[in-house]
Each structure stands twice: as C-alpha cells, then as structure tokens.
Design a binder for this molecule. Structure first.
Ligand SMILES: Cc1cc2nc3c(=O)[nH]c(=O)nc-3n(C[C@H](O)[C@H](O)[C@H](O)COP(=O)(O)OP(=O)(O)OC[C@H]3O[C@@H](n4cnc5c(N)ncnc54)[C@H](O)[C@@H]3O)c2cc1C
Length: 548
C-alpha cells in the first residue's frame, strides 16, 4: 500500500475483465496444477469470445418520443443504442454473465444506455423514464456478480441503463475533518489518486477495486481486503445524495447523531431500488508510509481461524487479515512460488503437513509503528501454534491480489468453471458452516457426474465472527450454467440452513433475492417495499433486484 499509485486501468471489455490486451497468462506452475485437478491438459480447450457483430441482441427500440426526451436532457451523444454500448451493459461480471457474453448472448441488454452528467440530469432522466414507463438500471463499474445490473424491465414498456461514469471527480474535501465527497461514478483507483494528492487514502481495496465505483460500493455495502483496519465501505460512508423519482434525499452527514433511525443505512445496500446515489461523502485516513507484510502457517483451518478470532477479540488486528484453508494454501503457494523466498516458505510449510496460510498486513506512518503493532499481534498467532514464513510470501500475495479476475478470463477460455461465493457467521459456527457449504457444492458436482475443487478463506473478521469466501473450480462441461446453477443453489440452501448470511459483501441482486426473506422475514421485505414505494411509486428503479 505504500508503493506509488499505478495508473487508472482501462474499463473492462464486454466479455471479461480490464483491457482486451491485458496479460491473462497463467504461470507454468498454475497450468500444471490446474491440469492435474482437471485431469486433462488445460489448453486442450480453446474457446475465445465471439466477435461483437455475432452477439445476439434483442430488437427493442426505444419509442422515438422517449428517446427525444432523454436526448433533450443529456444530449444526443449520451443516449446510446449502438450494439457495443448495449452489449457492454447487458450484465455484470459473474461466471454466468461472462459465459453468456463470451457465447454471444446479450438477451439482458438495455434498450438504451443513458449517460447523465450530474445529479440534476439524473433527476430529469428519472422523470422522463417514469413518464415513458421505462425501468431504470443504475450502472457503476458493472462488476456486480449477483445479477445487479441485468437490464430487467419488470412490467415496464422498456428499460434503460443509467451509466454513471460522468458523475466523476472529487467534489469536496475537508482535510481537517478528513472527509471527502466524490461523484458516485468515480472508480476505486481514481478515488485513491485524487486522495493521494492530499496524502490521504480511503483504504477500500476489494478485488474489484480497479473497475468498481464508489456509488456501487455504497449501493452494495462492499467490503475490501483491508476491512479489518479501515472498515467495510459502509463504515466509511458519512453521507450520500440519492436522487429518487420523487425528489432528492441527502442522508447522513454527522459524525454521530440520535436524530431517529439512520436513513443513510437504508440507502447503503439499496442496490438501486430507492434511486440513484449521485455522490458519497467518505472518511479518509492518512496515506501509510510503511506497510509490514507477514505470512504464517498453521496446522489446520481451525487453528488459523482461532488465531484470527483471538486477534479480533484482543483488538490487535492487522489491516489486512486473511486465512486460507489447506486447499487454497496449496494453490496460493504454488502460484507465488516463483520467488526464492516464497519457495523457502513452501519448503517450511511442507514440514507442517497440510498447512493453512495466513497473510497479515499492517499499515502505519513508519516502520516502528507497524513493527509494534505486529509485535502486539504475535501472542495470538503463537498461541495457536502459528509458524512464521518469509515475508516474501505475503508480498507475493499483495503484488498479485488484483490479478485473479484477469486469470479467470483465461480459465473460461480453457473450459474451466470458476466462480466464488461468500457468507459470514459467528466464530462458533464458522468452521462447521464452511464444511457444510463445501460439502453441498461438492455433492452437487458429484450428482452432475464430475468433481470440483473448493478453496476457502476468511478475509473479513469481526469481534463476533467472520466472513467465508469460497472459490469453486471444475470442468465447465456442455451445460456450464446449469452445472453452476445447481451448485450455487445447493450452496445457498446450505448457507441459509446452517446459520450464515446469504451475502457478506457481494449483495443480493437477482441471485440472492429468493433467500432474503429467510434473513429479514416477510415483514422486513414489506418494510423495504414500503420504503421503495415512498420514493418510487411507479417502481421504475431497478426492478427484480434485492426484493420482488
Ligand atoms: C472479480 C470480482 C471481485 C470482486 N471482489 C469484491 C470484493 O473484494 N469485495 C466486494 O465487496 N465486492 C466484490 N465484488 C463485487 C462487486 O465488485 C461489488 O458489488 C461492487 O461494490 C459493485 O460496484 P460497481 O460500481 O461495479 O457497481 P455495479 O456492478 O455497477 O452495480 C451494483 C449494484 O449497485 C447498483 N448501483 C451501482 N451504482 C449505483 C449508484 N450510484 N446508485 C444506485 N445504485 C447503484 C446497481 O444497479 C447494481 O444493483 C467483486 C466482483 C468481481 C467481478
């Protein structure tokens, strides 16, 4: 985190992550490992995405009167109905979305993509959409993995996607209070660049950091890799402006208040159902001048997670804190094994048997401070028989931590099914829940006549519990979406039945909607519907997402 900021990466191509010519190559070690798991040479399959002209788009022209009204607000060039714009906004970046895009299926594309310049234009666009019976899908970075940006029209005559990229820039900075207001369409790296000019950081680094926006983080209650130090995104937001079909709401703004229920909390996680978040005010922190990297090995996932629990409950947590199970450790170490020190780490791990890797990062103003924090954490790590590995193992993880989405594109090209899911629960239930979900997924693959690898890690920890993040890798086969759909359903049922939340940070979208009543009850859903009804009586905002 102390290194110079890299340039803001290009936006994603419609069929994958980042620029078309980004490096997506798998290392030799990675190829060999994967080949062994799949039982075939990885490059035996080669399925590149179809060309843009071959993508199937629904013929759904906007009514000329609606188009003219939208163009009168944002300008003709900002109402896009060309194939590229529609295909780019047909979905997010889940496995399902990418398989469909690569195969040329853009059935969930919007009729048009509208790019407003400011909150005033957003308000006018919402008015036009309500008048012309058009559903509205807010679109930040389009990195949703739960169907949040599919252009569903619901009962409406048409659907437009509102791309918020022009709501950009640092709108206001209060260096004394250390708060910053950003346009909702600002992506993670741009926000960091703007804050770095004032020697500040947000400290929000989800794996989707390169592409996702601050408005999207707020709308989905995102959580970044440094959440144990800097907090979840919803901890960072102080205020937001939301433009709804019934008018503008400004929520939050005080460091603390007892003025009734927090309306800001209603907006955080609202997934576009209440309106469009047009700006967010966040708390910033001093940019760290030093980062300490440590890697530790534990003999079991139980011991690794017990160490994390002790760190959390003794309030000696690092800023980044991540425990992998044995399966994930094996893959991580192999992938990072190119550097000499990482290889030495691997050798030491072999002496432990089936080790579990823990990565810890501390940020601070100088090395003395981060060293002192690391020293304070040591008793919790040694109490659970942790063994220190070379710091290079943790540095290798940090260097590659935004790389996985690029590799996923290559895996999809090679006929590999790869997808992730996540949940959270109390410490006492963490290891049993992980086992139940893993079993549910593996059983679903076996019922399909195949097998898969399930890797698990904990990367967001609290005093009372932690998140679980599972990565599933298997053979895509002839019906990849059917195969994944069955596994995901089994996993979701296991999560709900074994006391986990249906989502810790990916949000609800379409994919988790059916499970939300289990979590908040039918009365809770009625309350959400009532809130949406108050600000959006014609229900044009993002139909089909979060609740039905
Ligand atoms: C490879 C990969 C890794 C990921 N890693 C993480 C991770 O580490 N942590 C994490 O929390 N998530 C992660 N995600 C999930 C995703 O990045 C987050 O949900 C992110 O917060 C979405 O931001 P976005 O700008 O891309 O929003 P979008 O995908 O554009 O939208 C997400 C939802 O929010 C709504 N929305 C977006 N902007 C606004 C707005 N301004 N106003 C109202 N509604 C809006 C959309 O309508 C949609 O329902 C990952 C996704 C991918 C593909």
């Amino acid at each position: 985190m102390t290194s110079e900021l890299p340039p803001v990466p290009p936006r994603s191509v419609w069929w994958g992550w980042g620029a078309a010519d980004a490096d997506r190559s798998l290392s030799g070690a990675g190829l060999a490992l994967l080949g062994r798991e799949l039982g075939r040479p990885v490059d035996a399959v080669d399925e590149p995405p179809v060309d843009l002209p071959a993508v199937r788009l629904p013929e759904r022209p906007l009514a000329p009167s609606a188009r003219a009204a939208l163009a009168a607000v944002v300008g003709e060039e900002h109402v896009r109905t060309d194939a590229e714009a529609r295909v780019e906004h047909a979905g997010g970046k889940s496995y399902r979305d990418l398989v469909r895009a690569r195969g040329g299926d853009a059935d969930e594309a919007p009729d048009a993509v509208v790019l407003p310049a400011d909150a005033d234009q957003v308000a006018q666009v919402l008015r036009v959409c309500a008048e012309h019976d058009l559903a509205v899908v807010p679109f930040g970075g389009g990195t949703s993995v739960v169907g949040g940006v599919q252009a569903l029209r619901g009962d409406h005559a048409g659907v437009v996607t509102l791309d918020l990229r022009r709501l950009d820039g640092l709108v206001d900075l209060d260096p004394v209070s250390r708060t910053a207001t950003f346009g909702a369409g600002v992506r993670g790296p741009e926000a960091e660049r703007l804050l770095a000019a004032h020697d500040l950081t947000l400290g929000h680094f989800p794996q989707s950091f390169e592409q996702a926006t601050l408005g999207g983080f707020a709308a989905t209650r995102s959580s970044g890799q440094a959440s144990s130090g800097y907090g979840r995104f919803d901890d960072m937001v102080l205020a937001a402006t939301v433009v709804t079909p019934e008018g503008e709401l400004r929520v939050g703004g005080f460091p603390g208040t007892a003025a009734g229920p927090a309306l800001l909390d209603l907006v955080l996680g609202s997934e576009g159902r209440l309106g469009v978040i047009t700006d967010v005010t966040v708390r910033a922190r001093p940019r760290p001048a030093a980062t300490r990297h440590e890697a530790w090995a534990f003999a079991s996932f139980e011991e690794a997670t017990a160490a994390l629990r002790q760190l959390a409950q003794s309030r000696t947590l690092p800023d980044v804190c991540r425990a992998s199970d044995a399966e994930e450790t094996r893959v991580t170490l192999r992938m990072a094994g190119r550097s000499g020190a990482a290889l030495r780490g691997l050798t030491r791990l072999r002496r432990i048997g089936d080790p579990c890797l823990v990565i810890l990062l501390w940020d601070g103003p100088d090395s003395k401070t981060v060293d002192a924090r690391a020293a304070a954490a040591r008793p919790a790590l040694t109490a659970h028989h942790g063994r220190r590995l070379p710091g290079a193992v943790a540095r290798a993880w940090a260097a590659h931590r935004f790389g996985a989405p690029y590799l996923r594109d290559e895996l999809l090209r090679r006929g590999v099914l790869v997808e992730t899911l996540e949940t959270a629960t109390g410490w006492s239930n963490l290891v049993p829940l992980a086992a139940a979900v893993r079993t549910a997924i593996s059983d679903a693959f076996v019922a399909d006549g195949t097998r898969c690898v399930v890797q698990t890690h904990v990367s967001h920890v609290y005093e009372t519990g932690a998140s679980l993040y599972l990565t599933v890798i298997g053979e895509a086969g002839d019906d990849p979406l059917g195969r994944w759909g069955r596994a995901k359903e089994a996993a979701s049922r296991a999560i709900v039945e074994h006391g986990g939340t249906i989502t810790h940070h990916h949000a609800v979208g379409v994919d988790h909607r059916a499970y939300l009543p289990d979590e908040v009850g039918e009365l809770g859903i009625r309350l959400l519907r009532a809130a949406a009804g108050a600000v959006d009586p014609q229900a044009v905002m993002n139909p089909g997402k979060l609740f039905s």
